[in-house]
Write a protein that binds this ligand. Sequence first.
Ligand code: SAH
Length: 472
Amino acid sequence: MLTISTTHRPATDLGYLLHKHPDRVQEFPQSFGTATVLYPEAGEERCTAALLLEVDPVRLARRLGRSTPDFSLAQYVNDRSYAASSLLGVALAGVFSTARSGVCKARPDLVEQTLPLEIAIPVLPCRGGPEIARRLFEPLGWSVVAEPIALDEGFPEWGDARYVQLVLTGQVRLADALTQLHVLLPVLDESKHYWQGPDEVDKLLRSGGDWLAGHPDRTLITRRYLGRRGGLTRVALARLAELDDRDAAVDEATDAPAEEEVRPSEERRLPLNAQRHEAVLRVLAELGARSVIDLGCGPGQLLGRLLKVPGIDRVAGCDVSTRALQQAVRRLQVDRMTERQADRLELFQGALTYEDPRFGGYDAAVLMEVVEHVDAPRLDALERVVFGAARPGAVVVTTPNREYNVLYEGLRGRRHPDHRFEWDRPEFAAWCERVAATYGYDVERRGVGESDETHGTPTQLAVFTRKEATDA
Ligand code: SAH
């Protein structure tokens, strides 16, 4: 069982957000049992929704039988019916799928708000003990109470079981809380119930995209989530590293012995994301840019680097996502900046497919890993807005090289679920040439990252410089 409570007023808004009416008891059949949603309390001041999962051990054993050829007693004797296992994570994801995706027509404003939430799980298998529960949830903004449960109350000398009673309290978006639980319940669980296919990496990135890349224990989480399949773990970590500039150091402390070998050479290499930052900064230095706008700045990693460059005295970041901008404000510690530092920086929300005077007046603009997030039919609008209207002296564009994808073991499809397309080298070259010719720029292309003889570099980069003659 898992309960979600709120003291938001009116607390019964929880029913709208979860898309489950507080007055009803609803059952949702699962392939391994039945999930029931009910509200033990539903008042103005406090409302609690409970998700109760009854596991049918016979059905579960039959399901397992198909994918586990060897007879194992664990198929028949296990804790699945009694603890909040990874099965609860699956049921939660299914039953609250709309809430998890952050959709609520009745209370659209509430979806984006953080709410006072309390999540309680009376019996949680917790591989690594209460300390692990704290390490996983605290960085996400939760206060964590994880009480170990005695193996047998009659025999205290036997010590604790591997279960804890977990209570999380925090001011968190409900959709975020649900995706975090969806990922972290199987991570805490000792025995995974289902085989992981290659699309598990996409699923993980979709659920974890916003918070996992910056989580200090992302390696541990990824490794445990994907189970014993080292190839998938490597792909997921490489792709997560693209979303964050922290080094993807493997964390051995609590998970020994290591279930997967992550090749040491890969660990020590500078993550691709960091190599991209270096490459862009090098180009900006070559150009001698003194004012730079980062278009589609995301959570502001490059902005942080730009602010440290002495020669650059004006930095701007723009993104369509307000959540990314909030992360940037936190990352850059804008509230702790001196007035002079703050004067150098401008952060604003805007869409690159609509003309905006705020985009204009910079020596250089950066479009780092952004064009592939724009629907192909809207790309011409972005070209017009950036190259036609804003017309910075230079534009630095980076984007993945699709040819390189075959070198990511286990990757099927695109590197990130939000990518609308990924170009091979000839496609990127053709785009660059057309845009340069249309808007009066010169263009030069380079690769970023380790180059493969056949497939090229993982990232493609282009530097557009405005032809002054056509500008006049
Ligand atoms: N440049 C950052 C982020 C890349 S992710 C980096 O390299 O780390 C792509 C970013 O583009 C996301 O933050 C997304 O919100 C933003 N984005 C996508 N479409 C956009 C649009 N039409 N206008 C502005 N930003 C957009």
